[in-house]
Design a protein around this ligand. Structure first.
Ligand SMILES: Cc1ncc(C[n+]2csc(CCOP(=O)(O)OP(=O)(O)O)c2C)c(N)n1
Length: 379
């Protein structure tokens, strides 16, 4: 028998899967969409809910301004780092809107806008990136996990929370946001495997923006699409146009509802593009051509939405003006708040590290106290 001879597997070993009596007949197809699911620009857009469209539009416009203002604040040295989601706003606002208030969001460092769109105060959402405190918002009160910098570690956290909710008999759903690079991490594989085996009510949204810092997707994965990865774990995979806010919202809503009603996890791959560099510390001209960026600007999420709304008479100058004014008011608030340095207690560095401080930590705290006292006396 060669390794390619699988005849010995023809009759499934009893119990290899709980219901292993024949081929899977799940209503949700395991294989992902053949081409990215789109709504805007297709006949399906005519059926879209006008209120949802207006809400998505407003959030896209405000979100773009938020991204721009935060990026400007890094240039002025008022914000330490900002991984902008400019160009990816459709994924961000759709992710937040697909969840119920009592669901949980598990964001990565690039998902500040999803956090804001979920209702977290826009300035509190930037506290961590300003370097002032861990998290900056109350994860439990907002049902939004801290922005996660180690790649993909938020994915097993999301599965754990979703599974715990299921054990408690709650119908909470967890949504984990990842980048394409995050799918190369062990945590991603472990999370998807556990999610499928436990039938956990969790959705994974991979925002495939083409690059993991400077590494293109072709150097990360040989799979036809990232959505195909779902098949191996035994969950549905969906491929969606990540710049089409209505399409992302529809696919996520369907996945969230399936999870809520006991249908298990889904992996969604959203094809999108980050217009800015990885962060303000990155020089994207080293690895990207201007033509590539220009092509994606033609497929901008706000442009797609505006084109549809104007074309169907659902957007007039008054509505557009109202969104712009809201965006400018937010930007003004960000500038005013970041203009002054907050009063911080340096000793808070040592709080919340361990329940019982270690001897080394206590020594460091004592050393800092002495230095601060000496500084005070020298004034
Ligand atoms: C576990 C881990 N390894 C490496 C890094 C360094 N790192 C920071 S961002 C990044 C690229 C991530 O790319 P992607 O997941 O595509 O997200 P994007 O930044 O494009 O949104 C890497 C490798 C990290 N933060 N965590």
């Amino acid at each position: 028998m060669t390794v390619l001879d699988h005849r010995h597997l023809a009759a499934p070993v009893p119990g290899w899967r709980p219901d292993a009596t024949g081929p899977r007949t799940d209503p949700a197809p395991l294989l992902p969409d053949e081409s990215p699911h789109r709504v805007l620009g297709t006949p399906a857009a005519e059926k879209a809910d006008p209120e949802l469209l207006a809400e998505l539009y407003r959030r896209l416009v405000v979100g773009r301004r938020y991204n721009q203002q935060a990026t400007t604040l890094t240039k002025q040295g008022r914000l330490a780092v900002y991984p902008a989601s400019t160009g990816q706003e459709a994924c961000q606002v759709a992710a937040a809107l697909a969840l119920r208030q009592d669901d949980w969001l598990f964001p990565s460092y690039r998902d500040t806008l999803a956090v804001v769109s979920r209702g977290v105060d826009p300035l509190e959402a930037l506290t961590l990136l300003r370097g002032n405190a861990h998290t900056g918002y109350d994860p439990k009160a907002t049902r939004t996990a801290p922005l996660c910098t180690p790649l993909a570690t938020q994915a097993p956290h999301a599965v754990g929370l979703a599974y715990a909710a299921q054990l408690r008999g709650e119908d909470t759903v967890a949504l984990a946001l990842l980048g394409d690079g995050g799918t190369s991490e062990g945590d991603f594989h472990e999370a998807l495997n556990f999610a499928a085996v436990l039938n956990a009510p969790v959705v994974f949204l991979v925002q495939n923006n083409g690059y993991a810092i400077s590494v293109p997707l072709t150097r990360q994965s040989a799979a036809p699409t990232l959505a195909h990865k779902a098949v191996g774990y035994g969950m549905p995979g969906r491929l969606v146009d990540g710049n089409d806010a209505v399409a992302v919202h529809a696919v996520l809503t369907e996945a969230v509802e399936r999870a809520r009603s006991g249908g298990g996890p889904t992996l969604v791959e959203a094809l999108t593009y980050r217009i800015e560099a990885h962060t303000n510390a990155d020089d994207a001209t080293r690895y990207r051509q201007d033509e590539e960026i220009a092509a994606w600007r033609e497929h901008d999420p706000i442009l797609l939405m505006e084109r549809h709304l104007r074309g169907t008479g659902q957007l007039d100058d008054r509505l557009a003006q109202a969104a712009t004014e809201e965006a400018e008011a937010l930007a003004a608030r960000m500038r005013a708040e970041f203009h002054t340095d907050p009063e911080l207690d340096p000793m808070s560095l040592f709080a919340h590290v361990y329940a019982e401080p270690t001897q080394q930590l206590a020594e460091q705290a004592a050393q800092l106290t002495a230095e601060l006292d000496a500084e005070e006396q020298a004034r």
